[in-house]
Ligand binder design. Structure first.
Ligand code: HEC
Ligand code: HEC
Length: 351
């Protein structure tokens, strides 16, 4: 009798030790780096603690064509790193079946400081953002059930979900959170402008003059360090007759929000042409002509534009020089965010 009890105890201790030895290694936490002098991010990291393993999972998902119906279009197809994660040279992006999106793809950068997403702020949490392109007929045209079924067949995903979350369950919530982790770490804060502000570099004369003009005429809506005030404003773009985009009003139904769009960040602006929510301006010169001459002054046009924006050719030249200092070559070539080289079967053919 006594013997059996002792044997039982020994067996239990052994079992505990074995399971302890086999316990999966804990994910490696990442500390979110806040650039010097920047405000606190608004993303709630407590609900999605950053780890190396989730970041890597998010990166694999971001570049995986299997998130689309024809297995060809990944997030990275429309959000290209060399263009600060916009679609290079396209007013609108091409999605499933070569259909076009109805807005210009924005740069993906500094998303941890944004509360709302899309040009109309229609998405209020970054973790939910991927559902929009995944299910949109003109973007990735896929269902979450199909995606989960497809990626479940990939042993590498099972290992990565296991490493990130402690078990291999694949669900929508985990996909959203992992994609967020990848995108949250896309921080652009290493441009020449940043180096000048930190005292490591200096502006050329045109850049310096441009900076002065910028402070006077632009910074009220595009303030540093993010170069956006994250508000919705009407910058006098007439409504496109085909797209009929009402901007923020489409979300709030409030006529006072008609034709208001989120003020875009100007970081990496030299890389993200064309411009405007529907990409109607092919170059910065077109946008400046808009600001000084073509702006439509309607009932919701921003009061700061009551006289349009007076800009001389000289000022435009200096402004362009300054805006170029917001290009962050470290960010757009950072291998942490680059498309991984994959096996031929999973290659993303969308480019
Ligand atoms: C077919 C092209 C296309 C694909 C594929 C695509 N996007 Fe986008 N993305 C866009 C466009 C266009 C917008 C702007 C939409 C708007 O403002 O209404 C956008 C907006 C966003 C935004 C909001 C950024 C901001 O500043 O408001 C995020 C984040 C984003 N996409 C992430 C993703 C992720 C993650 C995926 C993959 C699951 C993805 N996108 C796939 C074209 C695409
Ligand atoms: C009253 C607020 C306001 C002021 C002042 C302002 N902007 Fe803007 N800017 C906006 C809004 C809103 C948009 C988005 C318009 C749209 O897409 O409909 C925008 C868009 C832009 C874009 C296009 C960005 C992109 O990614 O598509 C650039 C570039 C730009 N502004 C530069 C400037 C410069 C340079 C100045 C100063 C000469 C300036 N802005 C002054 C509100 C403002």
């Amino acid at each position: 009798m006594k013997k059996a009890v002792i044997l039982g105890l020994v067996a239990m201790v052994l079992l505990v030790m074995i399971s302890w030895m086999n316990a999966p290694p804990k994910p490696h936490p990442i500390k979110f780096p806040i650039p010097k002098g920047w405000p606190q991010p608004v993303y709630d990291f407590k609900s999605n603690p950053l780890t190396e393993e989730s970041f890597e999972l998010g990166k694999k998902l971001f570049y995986d064509g299997r998130l689309s119906k024809d297995n060809q279009i990944s997030c990275g197809t429309c959000h290209q790193q060399f263009a600060a994660f916009t679609t290079f040279d396209h007013p609108l992006s091409h999605g499933f079946n070569n259909q076009q999106t109805t807005r210009n793809a924005p740069a993906l950068q500094n998303l941890a400081w944004q509360r709302n997403f899309m040009a109309d702020g229609g998405i209020t949490h970054l973790d939910l953002q991927p559902l929009a392109p995944i299910t949109a007929e003109n973007e990735m045209a896929e269902t979450l059930e199909n995606i989960i079924a497809k990626i479940k067949k990939d042993k590498e995903y099972a290992n990565m979900f296991q490493a990130a979350y402690g078990d291999a369950t694949i669900n929508t919530q985990r996909i959203g959170k992992a994609l967020s982790q990848f995108m949250l770490l896309m921080i652009s804060s290493s441009s020449k402008y940043d180096k000048v502000m930190q005292g490591f570099d200096s502006f050329s004369l045109p850049e310096k003059l441009g900076y002065g003009i910028f402070q006077q005429k632009c910074a009220s809506c595009h303030p540093a360090p993010l170069f956006t005030d994250n508000q919705y404003r009407n910058a006098g773009l007439s409504q496109d007759e085909v797209l009929k985009d009402l901007g923020r009003m489409g979300i709030t139904n409030n006529p006072a929000d008609s034709l208001k769009f989120k003020v875009p960040s100007l970081r990496n602006i030299a890389l993200t042409a064309p411009y405007g929510h529907d990409g109607r301006f092919f170059a910065l010169s077109n946008l400046f002509e808009h600001y000084r001459k073509q702006m439509v002054l309607g009932p919701t046009t921003d009061t700061l534009f009551s006289n349009r924006l007076a800009l001389s050719n000289f000022e435009i030249g200096q402004l362009k020089a300054f805006l170029t200092t917001l290009t962050d070559s470290v960010f757009i070539s950072d291998p942490r965010f680059s498309e991984p080289r994959m096996a031929a079967s999973t290659l993303n053919h969308g480019h």
